[in-house]
Design a protein. Structure first.
Length: 359
């Protein structure tokens, strides 16, 4: 009986504890200010009526287009963040007590700005140059201004539309999108090989670069991917041929994106005259033979490819001819005999001479 009452007492105490627990109050007066073109400062006031035993901290989240950008827990009632406005940005603050319970969030939203430019991107050309490119949107004004911050490479484009100042901000990583100058190719002969060499691009680590080699030998085009990280290659040399070489540097996918343009064509050697004659004579001869063949074919095509009568037409002619014979078999045409007049005239025969006997 005592155990039964004790269990009842424990249940009552637990229910009482749950019912008296209070919901934590939210932070107060959340506000936002821009302290430069890219960075914001959020501040708020501590909530009222907090329990003295509560160790208060604030849970702060930043999301953009549903993607979490930052999440921090701190005791201060302010937060600073540099970000780009490439969509709706939401700042959320919650009160947290003793790392156990949290209040409902207070949210501050920055709506996506009016689009001034599209397809904005930047890439590095050298250690001192960076290019940015974009396409102006339909409502973009002519007086656009570009600003950038180098710390994390953020850019902003400002303009005025209908008297209102607008801006678009972007976060780019130019170190992961590079376009160095095209390599300069050097060619030297050593024994039976040609040694090709060029300099490393001046941006990016040396291990980040691969090279594509494109060369022609006696007008024959070949492509070769150089797997080696060293900026050099060897190719067999034929003294009868002229070699034309181009090289392109490609940024490794492990390091980023991009690459150089093709280098200028480097030329080594001369084609022999016999090779040039053969290269011209053989295609010309083949072309001439093809033309002669077609001319001969057109001239004698009736003999070479006689017309084959169609069986259906043969049977049709046989049937038609048999019908015509049956139709005219009883009504044959008999020509009328004509009277032929012949005039006959008789000539008088001269009298025969009388022979006298010899006396």
């Amino acid at each position: 009986m005592i155990l039964t009452h004790l269990g009842y007492l424990l249940v009552l105490l637990w229910i009482r504890e749950v019912t008296v627990e209070k919901v934590l109050p939210q932070p107060l007066d959340l506000s936002l200010t821009w302290y430069n073109e890219f960075c914001v400062k959020l501040s708020w006031n501590a909530p009222r009526d907090l329990d003295a035993s509560c160790e208060v901290k604030y849970m702060f989240d930043v999301t953009r287009n549903g993607r979490l950008l930052a999440s921090e827990r701190k005791m201060k009632t302010e937060f600073e963040r540099c970000l780009s406005l490439e969509g709706d940005v939401h700042f959320s603050v919650q009160t947290e007590c003793n790392k156990s319970s949290r209040s409902q969030p207070v949210v501050y939203t920055i709506a996506a700005p009016t689009e001034l430019v599209k397809n904005f991107y930047c890439f590095i050309n050298s250690t001192v140059d960076m290019n940015c490119m974009w396409i102006a949107a339909d409502q973009a004004p002519e007086n656009l201004h570009l600003y950038y911050s180098y710390a994390e490479t953020r850019t902003t484009v400002n303009g005025t539309v209908n008297g209102s100042s607008l801006r678009n901000t972007f976060e780019v990583s130019p170190l992961y999108n590079v376009k160095p100058a095209a390599p300069m190719v050097n060619i030297t002969k050593e024994g039976t090989e040609l040694n090709l060499s060029w300099d490393y691009p001046e941006i990016g680590a040396t291990y980040c670069w691969d090279y594509i080699l494109n060369y022609s030998k006696c007008k024959e085009h070949l492509n070769k991917l150089i797997e080696s990280k060293q900026p050099k290659a060897n190719i067999p040399y034929d003294p009868r041929c002229q070699y034309r070489v181009q090289v392109k540097a490609v940024y490794s996918k492990d390091c980023g994106l991009g690459g150089s343009d093709w280098s200028k064509v480097a030329v080594y050697g001369e084609d022999e005259w016999s090779n040039i004659v053969i290269a011209i004579a053989i295609p010309s001869s083949v072309f001439l033979l093809v033309i002669l063949f077609f001319c001969c074919l057109m001239k004698h095509r009736e003999k070479m490819f006689p017309k084959i009568p169609q069986p259906s037409l043969i049977f049709k002619d046989i049937l038609n001819s048999s019908k015509e014979q049956k139709t005219f078999i009883g009504n044959l045409y008999v020509p009328v005999e004509e009277d032929v007049e012949c005039k006959i005239s008789l000539e008088n025969k001269p009298p025969l001479p009388i022979m006298q006997p010899d006396s």
